[in-house]
Ligand binder design. Structure first.
Ligand SMILES: Cc1ncc(COP(=O)(O)O)c(C=O)c1O
Length: 395
């Protein structure tokens, strides 16, 4: 009789996925015919710019573009990324040794974790944060030390405190500003301190800059604007949000040549790179007209303003984020006794609005929900009306 192994070492290291519970409820309510206004998933709802789609169609029709591509990205794409860093941050990168194209920044981050982790390595990761930041390393065999990180200042203080108490410094520190889920940003002085700490203690820094272009005030800096960062850091960026290309799976990891080489080595065993026409279209996105980026930023900003204002009038005061496509909202006062998961479920049942429970981003996210700016202004106002009724009557 075949006895099937059902428990696997890496899978056992992963906790149940909190968002799965919310998604299940959403599917059930929709099946029952309820209209759910979906602020749950950070999936851009805007179309990819036309010139990028046109470039994909043009390229896919050319001979020799449909075979295996290049794992670390075609030369022209790595050069386009270098031009972006130069133009946007005044940072010069060598496309040969300091840039690798990845299939979304998620793939780059996860495979870099695989490439550099020894079992038992300690990683400092923000809490709350995008789940990959901790679990990419957990899957790779590391031990995570979560550091409270609602703001950059809190994170920096937490990192310093943890270092002061540690017998051994961590192998790596993850930073992510603008933050998913909090929408908080970091100034250049934050990166200066992190780079100084990394040099002092011989620590690798992984900076996730997926929301580099979704900002409403000051432009978020890159860690490489700090001298010496290239010795210790890798930064991941993404076309997903900037150009509404989430499904295309296109991003970059850039920085310290020895870390980029390690990632390239792992990837050379695992993939043949993104489909060449997608890489060519990504060049068109980076090198082409940028008014689409200005328009996307404006759309998210308007939605943010409508949400903060209309939810506030409905009795739910939420802070206005400086960047990202998320509002990080403390539970309304009258619901503060609930867990974020209970509240998210209630909100969906009674107000037809799906949000992500804060606890899904780490235990420090308890007491909050994340509301993604992926529904239009009319739907946001509709949600606000439903929320008002729910908060006033309790159902
Ligand atoms: C902070 C952060 N990093 C990375 C990603 C993954 O982006 P990509 O589509 O480039 O893999 C996301 C997606 O939501 C994110 O919020």
């Amino acid at each position: 009789m075949l006895s099937k192994k059902t428990e696997f070492y890496r899978i056992q290291r992963l906790p149940p996925y909190v968002f799965a519970e919310v998604n299940k409820l959403k599917a059930q309510l929709r099946k029952e015919g309820q209209d759910i206004i979906d602020f749950g998933f950070g999936n851009p709802d805007q179309p990819t710019p036309k010139h990028v789609i046109d470039k994909l169609i043009e390229t896919v029709q050319k001979p020799r573009t449909t075979g295996y591509s290049v794992s670390r990205g075609i030369n022209g794409l790595r050069q386009a990324c270098a031009r972006y860093y130069d133009r946007r941050f005044g940072v010069s990168l060598d496309p040969e040794t300091e840039i690798i194209a990845t299939m979304g920044s998620k793939e780059g981050f996860a495979n870099l974790a695989q490439a550099i982790t020894e079992p038992g390595d300690v990683i400092y990761a923000p809490d709350p944060s995008y789940p990959l930041h901790a679990y990419g390393f957990v899957i790779a065999g590391a031990k995570i030390q979560p550091i409270p990180a609602i703001t950059a200042d809190e994170y920096l203080a937490g990192v310093k405190d943890a270092l002061a108490k540690a017998t051994k410094p961590p192998m790596a520190i993850v930073v992510c500003f603008p933050s998913n889920p909090t929408g908080h940003t970091a100034e250049i002085s934050f990166y200066e301190e992190i780079v100084r700490i990394a040099h002092e203690h011989n620590i690798i820094i992984l900076s996730d800059l997926a929301y580099s272009e979704i900002y409403f005030g000051e432009k978020p800096p890159s860690i490489f604007e700090v001298g010496g960062a290239k010795d210790v850091a890798v930064e991941t960026t993404s076309l997903s949000k900037t150009y509404s290309m989430a499904g295309w799976r296109m991003g970059f990891a850039v920085g310290a040549p020895h870390l980029i080489a390690a990632l390239a080595r792992v990837k050379s065993y695992l993939d043949y790179g993104a489909f060449t026409p997608i890489q060519v279209a990504a060049c068109a996105a980076l090198d082409g007209p940028q008014d689409c980026v200005v328009a996307a930023r404006e759309t998210y900003k308007n939605r943010r303003d409508v949400m903060v204002e209309s939810f506030g009038r409905a009795g739910w005061d939420i802070p206005s984020p400086d960047a990202s496509m998320f509002v990080w909202a403390p539970l309304p006062e009258s619901k503060a006794h609930m867990s974020s998961l209970e509240f998210a479920k209630e909100l969906m049942i009674h107000a037809g609005a799906a949000v992500s429970p804060g606890v899904g981003f780490g235990s420090n996210g308890e007491g909050y929900v994340r509301v993604a700016l992926v529904e239009n202004e009319q739907r946001i106002r509709q949600a606000a009306r439903n929320i008002r009724a729910y908060l006033e009557t309790g159902d």
